[in-house]
Design a protein around this ligand. Sequence first.
Ligand SMILES: [Zn+2]
Length: 357
Amino acid sequence: MILERCGRCKAPIYVRLAASWNQDGTVTGRFASKTRVVQVYADEIDYILSGISERIGLDISRIVTEGERKAGLDFTGAIFAKLGGLVGVLSRSFLFRRLVFVFVLKAAKNAGFGDCHLVEYRHRRRMVVRFRDPFNPPILSGNMLGAFEAFSQRPGTVDWEVAGDVATMTITSDGPADRIGDERLEPVLPPTLPGDYHVERCPRCRMPIEIGRRYHFDLKKGIATEVETGRRIVTVMVESLTAIFGELAGELGDEVGRMVVELESEYIEGIAPRGEQATEGVLRGLLGDLCIKGMGNPVSVSVGDAEIEVRVENPFSEEMLAGRVLGFHRAIFGGPADVEWTPDRAGFMTIRTRGQT
Ligand SMILES: [Zn+2]
């Protein structure tokens, strides 16, 4: 049996293999160093996506899948690029192909996407994957399709069905022939600012001690839970969120960004503790999980008379962070409020909220 957890802090080894926690409020991938990951609540993403769907009265799952497919293609492509020309040779080997998909599915389980297994794989033709307790099925479908396309170097299409707590995805290689290679996502990572976020690290595995305490990882089920809140958490690529929101904005218009802010603020207001004082200390506490989740580094926080100002360095998503602060504003001050922010061009954003009078 392969050792799956650190003997000391109990954090899963695969989590450590996949991500590195930095002092600047970012968590970056180890396999593809440009990949940045973030931990979000599974139902936070569901809430935002189903909220957009409801507001515009349209099923957006195909658009979501398409955005995630691009991100998945890039991610798996980046891992293969590391292996260089070997992929061409190795992909002819049955054993290697098996290994790659064992790895992809293991990574999905560790990310908290559910308990998945490969039902069928016919090289470059067809793949069937089944998830028990799946995270958002359109996102998972896009992710699996992207991995399939990167590996088989062939475009595909995906269909999925959900029955109870099981989602089955069927991928076939019959997508638009010109799709591979000409539409790689441009990496849009803004510069990162150095930070001094220090974490206590496990002396054995070097992961932040807090990871083992904060989350409970059920590696069999592929479910990670935040111990304090009991909420399910997933580790997603920042590029995935950017690609999904970008795809939605491209198809539906720029008001999607505003919807994300509103929906995120509703979600956060709904889960925020009640009856908190409107002080800087309280707000710092509420934003205290940003660094460990890889969302960014809230370096300065000020709370005034029905006003909040926060500077976040290395923000993972302007809309989700603006919505987050707006949600906390509404929770601690009560009543309606507005938010505005400076766009992240140089590695930081300033978020300001104000109560409506
Ligand atoms: Zn450890």
